[in-house]
Design a protein around this ligand. Structure first.
Ligand code: G3P
Ligand code: CA
Length: 245
């Protein structure tokens, strides 16, 4: 049986795709400016359990810091420049707290796909903390869709806030996708689009699951996937694969 799925067909990857520094408030503003109604972003914990946005385990690629982000306290992370690596025009951007992200989503009427991206070894702690925070921060709004490559994080999220929808992220094909998603009571599977074909799409839909695919940056490919029955496309090309695609 299909579970509730209030989300749009197009989701802006990391807030603003490749048009702004990923996982920043500026990225969220950019996604909204292009008319998108849902964004995806990556969240993890600082050493003192503040929830903030960052894709990688380390700070090196997308900030002027270095080392494992999850080993640092928030007061140090909060000082970093999270936009200058992208362009000097964004050097005032900071790593945003989930709280600020929720407020910005509310301001722009954006739905959210929160990818739980735990630091290695902190999967359960991160899943639980993010689920509890998401429940509080999105109260009265469309429930954020929680997703993760980590089964441990998703299970912790399920236990902490079972009412929040969950999607299992897969970067390689698992024949036991049905058992995995059932155990986590997922509403959706979030697949690397290269893993899909029409047959697999039909089988997943037949099982009552929704399908989100990432990261689709070519319009022709996006059309094919939607024709097969994919429910949502996560894209970096928020300019050409727009909200009305
Ligand atoms: O959630 C879809 C996608 O964001 C997963 O891959 O590496 O971009 O976080 P990644
Ligand atoms: Ca992600």
């Amino acid at each position: 049986m299909n579970k509730e799925w209030p989300y749009p067909r197009i989701v802006a990857h990391r807030g603003g795709g490749k048009l702004a520094p990923e996982n920043t408030l500026a990225a969220i503003d950019t996604g909204a400016r292009y008319g998108h109604t849902m964004i995806e972003f990556d969240a993890k914990l600082s050493r003192d359990e503040h929830i903030f946005l960052l894709h990688d385990d380390t700070l090196d690629r997308t900030s002027n810091g270095w080392g494992i982000a999850g080993e640092m306290p928030w007061h140090q992370l909060a000082q970093l420049d999270a936009g200058g690596w992208f362009s000097s025009a964004f050097s005032n951007e900071r790593l945003p707290l989930l709280e600020a992200v929720a407020a910005r989503c509310r301001q722009h009427h954006l739905m959210a796909n929160i990818e739980i991206k735990p630091t290695t070894g902190y999967e359960a702690q991160t899943g639980k903390a993010i689920a509890l925070a998401a429940r509080e921060l999105w109260q009265g709004e469309t429930a954020p869709l929680l997703s993760s490559f980590s089964v441990v994080a998703l299970e912790a999220a399920r236990q902490a806030a079972p009412e929040l929808p969950r999607g299992l992220l897969l970067d390689e094909w698992h024949e036991d996708w049905q058992a995995m998603t059932r155990a986590l009571d997922c509403v959706s599977v979030h697949l690397n689009h290269r893993l899909l074909d029409a047959e697999r799409t039909a089988a997943i839909k037949q099982a009552g699951l929704r399908i989100l695919v990432y990261t689709v940056n070519q319009p022709e490919r996006a059309r094919t996937l939607l024709e097969w029955g994919v429910d949502a496309i996560c894209t970096d090309r928020i300019d050409i694969i727009g909200p009305d695609f």
